[in-house]
Write a protein that binds this ligand. Sequence first.
Ligand code: FES
Length: 331
Amino acid sequence: MIRFIHLRIGAVEAVADGIVALTLQPLKAGMDLPPFEPGAHVELQVPLAPGVIRPRCYALINPPQERHHYRVAVAAPAEAVVEHGPASSAAAWLVSPSAIGQTLRVSAPRAHWALQHHTAPAVFMAQGIGLAALLGLVRQRVTQGLPWRLVAGVDSPSLAPVGAPFGAELQALAEASSPDSLHWFSAVEGLGLTSVINALEPGAHLYVCGALPWLADVRRVWGSRPAAQLHTESFDAEEAQRRGGFTVVLRRSGLTLPVAPGQTILEAVLAAGVDAAYNCRSGHCGRCEVAVLAGEPEHRDRFLSDAQRQAGAQMLICCSGARTPVLELDL
Ligand code: FES
């Protein structure tokens, strides 16, 4: 089971246009928070409205030695700027000035996105909020004194690091390693995936954080290169996991449940009082795997093999959805 602690939102500060950093502090001053590895995520349980909790995962952006707080970066939705009254999404709630001082349930950090052990170059690629998930890995690579390169997409590359998310720190990290380590590119024009991937040294590992469609392009260009050298992380998977809008039939329990937009199958099942197994709730551990008896799942996990996904006989209900209006599950 996931361990949760209560933390207070101590500060909300803009780190770039449309990106806000939240500082989460322990309720008791001087208390150390649970340790974590670079690249770890925490789950924030956002109280959107009375009785409505929206769990959301964010990468920790502070260094692991800072145990007196956690910091996460949140993409501010456009409506957060003009909205008055109740927030319309978890992100809008988190970035609103009224969030300061509020207490949240926050999971202990989980390390499902981590630097692999290799001395071959590590090449990182991300743009905008995706840079938050790479920041800890870049710091770790610098500390290790091992070669790295970051291809970072920003709105105005000619002005970078000014205006870039974490621009000053990334620039300082590059200067501490090699000035060639950091390449700014225009997020509007795109960075030329093919040329980046074709230019990789033999044995290099590629770490990419971005939106699901972009990651699909990365995998397509990667093709038959060694799968163990490609590491991807999506920042919009959370929203995709909660698309809802379909029905699950639980054969053993004799229940038919709607999965509403904003809900995962697991959340719908637990809300109905069914005792389903789970652990990470992010598609990594495999604990929530169930057999699919009818219908076609939309897989969004990191656990099943490609062959298992194609067969469609199992699915992970914490994160995956449905391609058909109804899914029948062995639950
Ligand atoms: S709970 Fe870990 S994969 Fe679903």
